[in-house]
Unconditional design. Structure first.
Length: 305
């Protein structure tokens, strides 16, 4: 091979080498727009150099080796950032945006259902809701939780509670009905099962609890009170906005009203001075009957003086 041929080959080699170098430089420039160094990533998160490399070695995002240097793929880094809540950028960009779109934290459910944190964890265990762990924190997939919520009526979110409140104002619970009638809840349930009254009382279910509409209760009570002995008839109908507890005095209320101690009121009850009904641990005294008795009682006291 002649010297001229060798010289030509060397020139072609140099030319090819320069072409390869230019291509590598172009690729490096292009790749530099979609990557960043580990140190840059650390500064973005407010981390020291050691912490930055520690995080990079966790392989949460893609790492690329370029000319012997480790660089972070920005696209995979942003995807990781949107699915974690432990680290936050120093520029204030909120982390976990995608994670929050697709899952709830226990605190989210606590605020949504208006229950305490302990009840949230009990709910997750009892209902066997699927959970995922992100940065050592529990998350509940939204799709699974929303499906569970739509197939139950015991727990209510804020919007449902506001809607239920409208219906609750037009209905009575069983305890409210029992207090109004001065009977036990078992007696109320017996009334509701009685064929004689079953069709007269309209029962609705709100938030998983049976309630009686006030309109149907008023119609039923107008007929029912006629069946009661004269001394037990109550002439005051329940209003749409009241539960009916204003028809009765408690022992404490009578004690304050009469200016006597509670034991004196209890003695009056034992002597049968006026009607009284025991509901559970409470004693309810019909206001109408007591007011009539108390007027006579005051007149007697005046005559004695």
């Amino acid at each position: 091979m002649s010297k001229s041929e060798k010289s030509e080959i060397e020139k072609l080699g140099e030319k090819l080498q320069k072409k390869i170098w230019r291509e590598n430089k172009a690729n490096l420039t292009k790749d530099g727009r979609r990557t960043m160094s580990v140190v840059e990533m650390g500064r973005l998160l407010g981390l020291q150099r050691t912490e930055s490399y520690y995080l990079a070695n966790k392989h949460y995002f893609r790492l690329i080796q370029i000319r012997g240097h480790t660089r972070v793929d920005i696209e995979s880094f942003e995807k990781w950032y949107d699915n974690q809540v432990r680290y936050q950028k120093v520029d204030g960009s909120p982390p976990g945006r995608e994670l929050k779109r697709n899952s709830y934290s226990p605190h989210d459910i606590e605020e949504m259902l208006g229950i305490c944190e302990q009840n949230v964890y009990e709910l997750i265990r009892h209902e066997n809701l699927p959970v995922i762990t992100v940065d050592y924190r529990m998350r509940i997939p939204k799709e699974a939780f929303d499906y569970w919520y739509s197939h139950q009526n015991h727990y209510r979110n804020q919007a449902d509670r506001a809607r239920d409140a409208v219906y609750e104002a037009q209905t009575l619970t069983m305890p409210e009905m029992a207090r109004f009638l001065g009977v036990t809840r078992s007696k109320v349930y017996a009334i509701l099962k009685d064929r004689k009254y079953k069709d007269q009382l309209e029962i609705v279910v709100i938030a998983g609890k049976k309630r009686v509409t006030k309109e149907s209760f008023n119609r039923w009570y107008a007929a029912y009170k006629k069946e009661l002995p004269e001394e037990e008839r109550l002439v005051k109908q329940i209003s749409v906005r009241k539960s009916g507890t204003d028809l009765y005095y408690t022992l404490d209320e009578i004690s304050e009203l009469c200016g006597v101690n509670k034991s004196t009121v209890s003695r009056w009850v034992r002597k049968g001075e006026f009607p009284a009904r025991r509901v559970g641990q409470c004693i309810n005294i019909p206001r109408l009957e007591f007011d009539a008795w108390y007027e006579k009682y005051k007149q007697k006291q005046k005559r004695r003086k």
